[in-house]
Each structure stands twice: as C-alpha cells, then as structure tokens.
Unconditional design. Structure first.
Length: 209
C-alpha cells in the first residue's frame, strides 16, 4: 500500500499559511510555491542512494558521498503543477522535465487529457509528479496511469494540499505510488474544490480567472 507522507516542517507550514491567504497576489504566490516545493523536495529525495567517491579538499584527500543510481524526472500536471517545478530544479538542476496536460470537465469534474510530452528515457528515472491540489484524485490517477503505460515503475506524487477523498482514490488505483503533501484538508465542496484549500492554484499562479 502506498504511504502518505505529511511534511509538517515549521517553515513549510508557515509559508503554506501565507500561500492560502486570499490577499496573497500572484507574484508572492509563485515565489512561495517555489520555496515550499524546494523544501518538500528535501523530504521526497530522502531515500536517494549514495555512493562513496574519492575527492581532494584544500587540505587532503578524503572519501565523500554523492548521489548515485537512478536519475530524476519532474512531471507537472498542467497547468498548476508547473508552479512546483522550479523549486525542485533548484534542488536537482540535472533533472529532466516532462509535461502532462489534463483539465477538469466542469460538469463531470473528471479529467480530460490534451497533452503528454516526456523524456525519452522516462522509464529509467525516478519520476516526481507535481500538482498543488489533490482534490477528487482523478487527474493524479490518470497522470500516473499514463506514466505507467510508458514504462515508469518508480513514481512519487507531490502535492501541497489534499483531501481524504483524493488520497483514497490514488491509493486504490496506484497502491505502489507514495504521496507527499504539506497538509491534509477537510473535504471537497459541492464544486469539488478543497476546503479550506487555497482556491484555484492555476489561476493564482498565473493571475487568471
């Protein structure tokens, strides 16, 4: 069964509180989202394997450790997931970036696919899927299925806020994918928005309505 990881570091919680405020404008929203994503990235990459290498310091030779093994890919779910990419790239600049385009049908609340562009070697990489909101879980489930259909076997889902309904749907469909969030909110309202949530993340990132 997939694990739910709630990253409750004080700095993440502090920045998330500011991010939620209705008065936080797009510029500050984007900057906070980048900062939170960077901080969450430390936790989501905690289990990366290390190897020992010989290096020369200004004083002497020594054995140091560096990340080894599996390479990384960041795959945002468009469009809101784009806001989390820069923070992860600041942490892992050599990661490759793919894109999955899904939008929510306003009548059915179900995701509709319109774009998918991934690195050629995506199946050889640890894939971190980003989306600020895990609401109904439909978009996340579809995005994870698309990646698995292309050979991906090591995937993690990274969101800011989630609700139990969305978490349960992802875990039922993809029990091998761990979920990382900064907060688990209360419920979905009648329009399938997270309560208390932070509004429409895409609109707040890009200043649209």
């Amino acid at each position: 069964m997939s694990q739910l990881h709630v990253i409750d570091h004080p700095m993440i919680q502090h920045k998330l509180g500011i991010l939620r405020k209705i008065g936080t404008g797009s510029k500050d929203f984007r900057e906070l989202l980048t900062e939170i994503s960077l901080l969450m990235g430390y936790e989501i990459t905690r289990d990366l394997p290390l190897e020992e290498v010989e290096i020369e310091t200004p004083i002497c030779r020594m054995t140091a450790r560096q990340v080894s093994g599996r390479k990384l890919a960041i795959v945002p779910i468009l469009r809101a997931g784009l806001g989390m990419v820069d923070g992860l790239l600041n942490l892992v600049p050599v990661a490759k970036v793919g894109h999955i385009g899904l939008y929510r049908n306003e009548d059915t609340h179900e995701p509709v696919e319109y774009y998918c562009k991934l690195p050629e070697d995506i199946q050889d990489r640890l894939v971190i899927v980003t989306d600020p909101m895990l609401a109904t879980g439909g978009s996340a489930v579809d995005a994870l299925s698309m990646l698995k259909a292309r050979g991906c076997t090591h995937i993690k889902l990274m969101c800011l806020v989630a609700v139990p309904e969305g978490i349960a749907k992802v875990q039922a469909a993809h029990p091998d994918v761990d979920i990382y969030v900064a907060a688990v909110d209360d419920h979905l309202n009648e329009n399938a928005y997270i309560v208390p949530g932070l509004g429409d993340a895409g609109d707040r990132i890009f200043g649209t309505k």
